[in-house]
Design a protein around this ligand. Structure first.
Ligand code: TYD
Length: 211
């Protein structure tokens, strides 16, 4: 039996990584076989790519960035995601292809046709079964990432973008929500961690129950 592929998306600072850990814990308590992973950097090659093009001060051309996220994803799909789904696992990834549509498409300005072509090539057409988008006002998300940066947590090139850039990224995500309301759900993340967790668990439990 094929497993289920669930992803979390959101602009930086939306709290999705905390929520991902909480969801995985709750599903494991219910005896689901869960694999958690992330993009970029879900594989050893991906971690090296991530370091090379994201955790650097070097200027990276937008096209190189688009193709490197795609390279990370191709490796991730082939060696981690597809095998796990074949084994019937629930794969939960912190970001996947929708991030490319939002960040490189809406954010950087590549056309939808171009990003969709690159995404299809990298994923071999593998789509998520369910994606949760953690939505938060841009100012609030930026305040969270700024306080993280002050605490000296690892920073990457994308953390230094303007609020205009993040507004475009958010609009990109909301466009996916409009086009694919079944697969792509918006969660209001402007709430306590516990309350957001409850919303997540309800959506995922309903989804797993009905499949
Ligand atoms: P990361 O430190 O993993 O941040 P987060 O916890 O916010 O996911 O950094 C990943 C960054 O890369 C994040 O700013 C989003 C960006 N990104 C893209 O621009 N395109 C993509 O396809 C992916 C997967 C991520």
């Amino acid at each position: 039996m094929r497993g289920k592929f669930i992803t979390f998306e959101g602009i930086d600072g939306s709290g999705k990584s905390t929520q991902l850990r909480m969801l995985a814990g709750a599903l494991r308590l219910q005896k689901f076989d869960v694999l958690t992973t992330c993009e970029p950097g879900g594989t050893p090659l991906g971690r090296r790519l991530r370091e090379a093009f994201l955790e650097t001060e070097e200027n990276v051309s937008p096209l190189a960035e688009l193709l490197l996220f795609a390279a990370d994803r191709a490796q991730h799909v082939d060696f981690l995601i597809k095998p796990a789904l074949k084994q019937g696992k629930i794969v939960v990834s912190d970001r996947y292809a929708d991030a490319t549509f939002a960040y490189q498409g809406a954010g950087r300005g590549f056309s939808e046709e171009t990003v969709n072509q690159v995404i299809n090539l990298a994923t071999d057409g593998l789509k998520t079964d369910l994606t949760l988008f953690f939505d938060l006002p841009i100012e609030k998300a930026l305040a969270r990432t700024n306080s993280r940066n002050r605490k000296g947590e690892q920073k990457n090139r994308m953390d230094s973008e303007t609020s205009d850039f993040y507004s475009r990224v958010r609009a990109g995500y909301l466009k996916i929500a409009k086009n694919e309301p079944q697969r792509f759900r918006v969660i209001d993340a402007n709430d306590s961690v516990e309350k957001v967790h409850k919303k997540v668990l309800k959506i995922v439990s309903d989804f797993l129950g009905h499949k």
